[in-house]
Structure formats: C-alpha cells, structure tokens
Design a protein. Structure first.
Length: 512
C-alpha cells in the first residue's frame, strides 16, 4: 500500500502519531516561552476591551476575538470571582490552548493538500518552529486564534470544493469571513475563494458561478458586517474612537514611512517568519506547476506569498515582524512537499528522506533561535514591567497627568481596569513633539498635576524614539521639579519656589 493510499483511508484520529508530536512541541514551546505578562502592548488594550465588552477602534474592531474573550471573562468572573487584574491570565492561556489546536488544523490542511502524512508533519513543524508562532502562542494576542480559524475555514472550503458540496463551500467562506473579525489580515485570503474552484478542477457553469459568487458574498458579509453594524449604530460613540485611530495611524505612518532603506528589514522579518518556506518557494512553486499544473497546494502558497508581500509595504511591519505570520503558514505545505519529494528522489527512501528533512528543519530553527532570542527576550522583559507599573502609579494622585514614555500603555491599562483616572502625555503617535512644553503648561493652568517618570528604561536612547527623549530633555530648564520617588518627579511652574529638585534628564541621552 502506498503512502497516498494510506492517507486516503486514514482519518485524523487514526493518524495521531503524525500530528501529535508537532502539537505537543507547540504546547511545550508555548509554555516555555510564555509571556510574563499579557503580551505585546496591543494585548493590554484587548484585555481592557474584553472586560468592558467593547470592540477595538483599530481597523474592523476585532470583534469576534474581543467578544469571545468577554464571554469567557463573564463566566470566569461570575463563577470563580476572577478579578479584572487577573483577566489577562484567562485570555493568555486560552491562546496557549489554541496553539496546538492550530498546529493540528494546519497539519490536516497540509495533508489534504499534499496527500502525505510526512509532508503534513513537516509543514506543521515549519509553522510550530517559526519564532513568531512560538512567541505569540503565549500571548493574549490575535495571531494564533486567527490562524486556527483560518485553517479550519480553508479545510472546510477545500473539502466542499472537492466533493462539490455547496453547503461546505459556503460554510468555509463564512468561517473565513469571521476570521477577519479576529484579525484583519485574514481578508488577504479572500482571493482563495475566487481561484480555488479553478484549482480544484471546476468548469464554471451556472451552478459553479452562483456558488462562487455566493461564497464571496457570504465572506464579505461575515468579514465586514459586524463592523458596519457597530459603525451605523455608533454604540458608545464608536465612530469618534475609530476616527481617532485613523488620525493616530496617519501620524504613525508619517513617523515610520516605507522607504527603500527599510525594505531590507521588512524582508528580514519575512525570512524570520518562514525561512525555509521563503527560500524554497520559487523552486517549489515551479516544480509543482511543472508536475501538476495549477493545484490548490500551489494556489495557497501563492496567496500566502502575496499576503505577506502586501503586508511589508505597511508601516506597522517596520515596528513588528509578527504581521508576517499572516501568510507564512500558507507557504509551508508547498515547501514541505518539495523537500520531501526532492530528498526522496535523492535517497530512494521515504523514511530516510523524512529524517533528513527533519534534521535540516530543526538545525535551521536552532540557529534562528540562538540569533534572535537574546534581543527578543530583552524586549519582552521590558514590556512585562507594565504588570507592576501600578506600584508607580500608586505614588501619584488618581487624576494625575503622566509622562511615562514606553509605559504610557501601562498607564492606560491600569486606568482601563479602574485603578485610577490618569491622563497621559503619550509616547508614539500621540507624542506632542515640540509642543510638549505648551501641553504641560496648559495642564498646569487647569490646576492639573503633571508627573514625569524619568526612569531610563522608559526612554529610548536609540532608534526612532530617541527624538522623544531629546524633546523631553529640553523641558528641564523651563520648569521646576519636585521629587516623589527615585524616578518620578512632579512638574511645577517655574514660579514655584518649593520645587527645587533636579531630575537630571540629560542622563537619558546616549553617551557621546
């Protein structure tokens, strides 16, 4: 019995020896590298929004993700009394649980596409060992849930196309659209709905065209319907918040323009997300086309490649390479099949070829881990300090105005949980730049108390945020300061004779 025949008669449960090791590896890595707090800065916003039951103002609101977490929170809070400050644990470990499930789902999709349990296992490992996949398997972020939903949608849709089951085709399209409400990058897989029928051998008659158009319509409704409804109802003044996000995006894109000088960095992120899949793609795609012409396997790889290439022209990828996890999993099955077939031709043994491919895969993953983890772990440790930043906030009045640099998000997080009513002079897109002294003076004229956290850890001495640090240093001669703790100072008008402490902000700048 050939391997293809075995795959055709073997169900998912019967093939557990193949998908269980990648799933267990995913779970172990997720727990080993789990974030010490909630995750990236966005995770803090998601946590607050999930507790409140409000969609995000970003793009389409990520409503399915946030409201699913809100439902979990209501149950956990009602049954077990889970306090708001520990809600992030619920959301984070929900992602941890989903990470091996997503690996299994992508294993199943790869097997459906390649007809090989070994190629499917290689594809699942390519995903499980991606640095971004490992890191975000332990964070309360949208990456893993969106990949799980995406894989399930593609499996259902593909099986519907192959069996000509209209209900499955439409169900897959609906699930794909719902995935956009977890993470908007899933929308980049929309072309799959148009071209997958051709790849599956459909010859477009009236019924086929009607089914394809219906699938696209259902996808569009499920993807954009929730946001449109919330926008039209303008619940909790949502339109104003959304327009605020648009303005913030405009400001941030001006700070981080896409230029030829940073295209190398963007491609570097793409390489980190899926090194073997990216390097092998041109040859793997050519071989697949030459041997089997236009197949669903080739189409999915092309869709994944185009998805990532379209993402690298967005300014946000300059700041964080995790966005390139969007298309990388779709390229893995094609790469896995290519590696297995190439090594099998060379060694004339499927088992030996499988072991050689695994050795190469783990060797590559180890090299990337050794090169990237030191810098990544430093960033994670700094970001995790937001977990205890409420201790710093307890030193200032609950209605204070805070200038906290990179911990601006922490101030917003603890305010969102109800610990205080602080305002912020924020870092990033909301940073007032040369208007900083005037903004401070306006608060002081309104009898608001303004506090500066001059901890060097929150103020960058390199990169694009260095301009914020330079601007902060320039305010020292214009105001008086009263020391509250080792790093926190209250900013006072120059006419206040009782505030004579000096924060020595010059120390925040890099040593020449």
């Amino acid at each position: 019995m050939t391997e293809t025949e075995q795959v055709e008669t073997t169900g998912l449960l019967a093939a557990w020896r193949w998908w269980l090791p990648p799933a267990l590896l995913t779970l172990v890595l997720a727990l080993l590298f789990i974030d010490p707090f909630a995750g990236d800065w966005d995770a803090l916003d998601y946590t607050v929004l999930a507790i409140r039951g409000e969609p995000s103002s970003m793009i389409l609101g990520r409503m399915l993700f946030i409201f699913a977490n809100h439902a979990m929170w209501r149950v956990a809070h009602g049954l077990f009394g889970l306090p708001p400050e520990h809600a992030y644990l619920l959301f984070k470990y929900a992602v941890v649980i989903q990470s091996p499930l997503a690996t299994i789902a992508w294993w199943q999709l790869a097997r459906d596409l390649t007809g090989s349990v070994r190629a499917a296992t290689v594809a699942a490992l390519l995903l499980a060992l991606s640095p971004f996949y490992i890191i975000y398997s332990g964070q309360a972020m949208t990456e893993i849930p969106s990949l799980l939903l995406l894989a399930l949608a593609l499996i259902i849709h593909l099986r519907g196309l192959r069996s000509r089951n209209t209900l499955m085709v439409l169900a897959g399209a609906a699930l794909l659209g719902l995935g956009v409400n977890v993470r908007e990058g899933v929308a980049l897989y929309g072309p799959w709905l148009v071209f997958a029928p051709l790849a599956c051998g459909w010859r477009f008659g009236r019924r086929e065209i009607a089914t394809t158009l219906s699938a696209c319509l259902i996808f569009t409704l499920c993807a954009f319907g929730p946001f449109t409804l919330w926008w039209l109802m303008d619940i909790d003044n949502y339109r104003k918040s959304w327009h605020g996000w648009v303005e913030l995006t405009r400001q941030e894109s001006a700070l981080h323009p896409i230029k030829l000088s940073n295209m190398g960095r963007l491609l570097h992120y793409f390489f980190i997300a899926a090194p073997l899949a990216l390097v092998s793609f041109p040859v793997a795609a050519f071989k697949e086309w030459r041997e089997r012409a236009f197949t669903p396997l080739l189409l999915l790889g092309i869709v994944g490649l185009i998805a990532n290439l379209s993402l690298i022209i967005h300014y946000s990828v300059v700041l964080n390479g995790r966005y390139l996890l969007t298309g990388a999993p779709a390229m893995a099955p094609l790469a896995a099949r290519y590696f297995m077939r190439a090594e099998t031709r060379r060694w004339k043994s499927v088992r030996r070829s499988f072991m050689i491919v695994l050795l190469g895969l783990f060797f590559t993953a180890t090299i990337f881990a050794l090169c990237s983890w030191p810098a990544g772990s430093l960033y994670i440790k700094q970001r995790a300090m937001a977990k205890d930043y409420n201790a710093q906030l307890s030193l200032v009045p609950p209605d204070a105005v805070m200038i906290s640099g990179s911990q601006t998000v922490a101030v917003n997080y603890w305010r969102g949980l109800g610990a205080g009513r602080w305002d912020v002079i924020g870092s990033g897109g909301t940073w007032p730049g040369e208007q900083l002294p005037q903004v401070i003076e306006n608060y002081l004229r309104e009898s608001r108390r303004v506090f500066l956290d001059a901890d060097p850890r929150w103020w960058a001495d390199t990169g694009w945020q260095l301009s914020e640090t330079r601007r902060l240093v320039q305010i020292e001669p214009r105001f008086h300061f009263r020391r509250i703790s080792d790093t926190i100072y209250e900013i006072r008008p120059p006419t206040d004779p009782t505030a004579n402490d000096r924060p020595d902000l010059q120390r925040l700048l890099p040593v020449k």
